[in-house]
Design a protein around this ligand. Structure first.
Ligand SMILES: Cc1ncc(COP(=O)(O)O)c(C=O)c1O
Length: 392
């Protein structure tokens, strides 16, 4: 039997709690409000485009860094929504989901000893991403109830070793949409300390109540010090397609493309063809998407509040963070287990979004990217638990 130790890196992180909750939901027959994937169909036109591409025999490797027509379409969408020109030949890399895009960028820029600033709570991948890339993470707190950061706390996290800062807006798990002023503050610090902003904008079109998605790359002085990470998963309800992309100036892109090439070679070729069609969808598609999600958000908040949860109202993305302290359970994991096994609803323990897990032990995250029937079923089940406590 092979007995030498496994990598020193993997013991530093656990399996994804979010994805584990999905497996548990299936096992217990629970309504799955944990992992962020829609249970409704992807747009017909995109499914047809993907099927057509397969039957047109677009079934071999695309160009490593992305099919030319898809990169051009991505540059077109970037011009349309962000108002900036990017060169599809030198500044766009197509990869297997934004998940790959994020680790590509980190592996492309990190050297031993480099630090990366991460806002906490954070999308759980960023912790392992830092370990895998060899970066030392520095966490900066997003404070409740509105998840603002303290400017002096942020400024203290920057130093000569800081290589990058990860910004996820609209944010998972909090639903925070970073304001232009907040991003300008971060941008000033990036310029002062010569730091790359890596922006995960996977929820860019899911903003509510008049909130505006601002991309860091559009701010003064940030065009060539921002790597935008994005993908098709959330905007087009195709999380299983695994198509994402990175936009960054040519030198960073050159390094990203090398990492990408040797990690995955390329993203699925026929699905990039469908991506070209996605990029051509009318403005009404995005408006309707955001409105449909606003309705789901309102429904979810209503049903959670009716069941006795304290919701932290999200302005973007498709999650609701709830404060569960009033239920009296010892921690978020115990409460999530009770919900899963006794109530039949799966949610994600808040601690999985924190480096210091004790900071999230009074939080639970629910996703609302689900059909009305699914939300109704969850509402029915949650409705029966009023009055239940952990007895402590
Ligand atoms: C903030 C954030 N980034 C990235 C991803 C994964 O995106 P992709 O499917 O493009 O890998 C998710 C999925 O939940 C997410 O919430």
């Amino acid at each position: 039997m092979f007995s030498k130790p496994v990598s020193d890196k993997t013991p530093q992180f656990t399996e994804s709690v979010i994805r584990e909750m999905t497996r548990q939901a299936v096992r217990h027959g629970a309504v799955n409000l944990s992992q962020g994937y829609p249970d409704f169909p992807a747009p017909e036109i995109l499914k047809q485009a993907a099927a057509d591409a397969i039957f047109r025999d677009v079934n071999q490797y695309a160009i490593t860094w992305g099919a030319k027509n898809f990169r051009e379409a991505l540059a077109g969408k970037t011009r349309r929504f962000l108002g900036i020109e990017v060169d599809p030949e030198t500044e766009v890399t197509v990869c297997c989901g934004s998940t790959e895009g994020m680790i590509d960028v980190l592996l492309a820029v990190i050297n031993p000893g480099d630090e990366v600033i991460v806002f906490e709570p954070f999308y759980e991948n960023y912790g392992p991403d830092a370990v895998i890339s060899g970066a030392t993470p520095r966490y900066v707190t997003l404070h409740r109830p509105d998840w603002h950061f303290d400017e002096s706390e942020l400024a203290r996290a920057f130093n000569n070793k800081t290589k990058a800062i990860i910004i996820n807006t609209p944010n998972n798990p909090t639903g925070k949409v970073f304001s232009r002023e907040e991003l300008e503050t971060i941008a000033r610090l990036c310029q002062k300390w010569d730091v790359l902003a890596i922006t995960d904008e996977i929820y860019e079109h899911l903003v509510f109540d008049g909130a505006e998605h601002v991309s860091m790359i559009t701010l003064d002085g940030m065009r060539d010090r921002t790597a935008v990470v994005n993908g098709l998963s959330k905007t087009y309800s195709v999380t299983g397609w695994r198509v994402g992309y990175v936009i960054a100036e040519a030198r960073v892109t050159d390094s990203v493309r090398k990492v990408h090439d040797f990690l995955t070679v390329g993203a699925p070729a026929p699905l990039q063809e469908a991506g070209v069609v996605a990029m051509g969808l009318a403005d009404s598609y995005y408006a309707e998407l955001a409105e449909a999600y606003r309705i789901r958000r309102d429904r979810m908040v209503e049903m959670l509040e009716a069941a006795g949860f304290d919701c932290l109202m999200p302005q973007g993305a498709y999650y609701v963070m709830t404060d569960i302290s009033r239920w009296g359970y010892p921690d978020d994991v115990a409460f999530a287990r009770f919900l899963l096994e006794d109530v039949g609803v799966a949610a994600v323990p808040g601690s999985s979004f924190f480096f210091d897990r004790t900071r999230g032990r009074d939080l639970l995250r629910f996703t609302f990217c689900k059909k009305a029937e699914t939300l109704q079923l969850a509402a029915d089940r949650l409705g029966k638990m009023k009055g239940a406590t952990g007895g402590s």
